[in-house]
Design a protein around this ligand. Sequence first.
Ligand code: FAD
Length: 287
Amino acid sequence: MNVLLVFAHPDRRSLNGALRDVAVQELQAQGHEVRVSDLYAQGWKAQVDHADFPLLAPDARLVPTAASKQAFQAEALTRDVQAEIEKLRWADALILQFPLWWFTMPAILKGWVDRVFACGFAYGVGEHTDRRWGDRYGEGMLAGRRAMLIVTAGGWREHYAPRGINGPIDDLLFPIQHGILFYPGYAVLPPFVAYRVDRLDDGGFARLAGQLRQRMRTLATTPPLPYRRQNGGDYLIPSMQLRPGLGDPEAGGFALHLDGTAGRLSGGPQDPDEPPGPEAAGQEHQA
Ligand code: FAD
């Protein structure tokens, strides 16, 4: 497979940098071709602004969706954005790697999505009528490809459990996994989430690296999260409501959009020998 890893950490010598090396080496050892977009190293511009749309007159009002659609159709997006779109077209699998910052991705990576996931490419695709609401959520330009997250978090696994104070990790990652990756068509694999990383020792790193290598070995075969497809019959059109009778009536929120008849949702390293991690308080960034 061709694999694109988008890396969003400001320092190559970080834990994330070391895990990136582990991932890339293992993917290459498996015969995959790998490209890396290192956003900080590339000096990625994170904000959408007038400069993104060379076709737009300098004094014209910027309507981002319309400008994005026009520029995408005319192949007039800026060179940095075009290059990332080409990489996405090349890649059979996309990996987004980042430290969890304020419960989501670093701003530079959000800015990569904002600029690269152009209108007509990642959204605004397909027929939009009362009978069909576009090709999205399981369909779209990136359908047939795989995607997954590699995330490091200072917080403990328990803090991200269903009753944990930070909220369930599946819910926190839902806007990225469902809203950004499944939306344009990717089959989204369970994320690799490393918890309690801020005081990791060499033994902890070795275990983590082993778990990541295992996930990289199964990138092509791991079953994706069972998100319901928009156009698969589970939703009413055009209200986009889940049909009555589907989903656990007790459950609400994001979990409704998973077909509950299929496997485990996510979680990250599942090694039963996973170390308990340092016991000291205060290792977590968030109060
Ligand atoms: P580093 O700081 O580079 O390393 C972490 C540990 O791993 C260190 O002990 C280091 O010695 C060790 N290490 C690094 N490389 C190796 C190696 N090669 N071999 C062995 N050991 C190694 N956490 C949350 O849970 N939720 C949040 O919402 C959250 N928000 C944050 C917001 C901000 C702005 C910041 C700065 C942090 C936040 N954090 C949060 C914590 C953050 O997620 C972690 O600090 C981050 O994931 C650690 O990744 P890193 O690559 O920066 O680690």
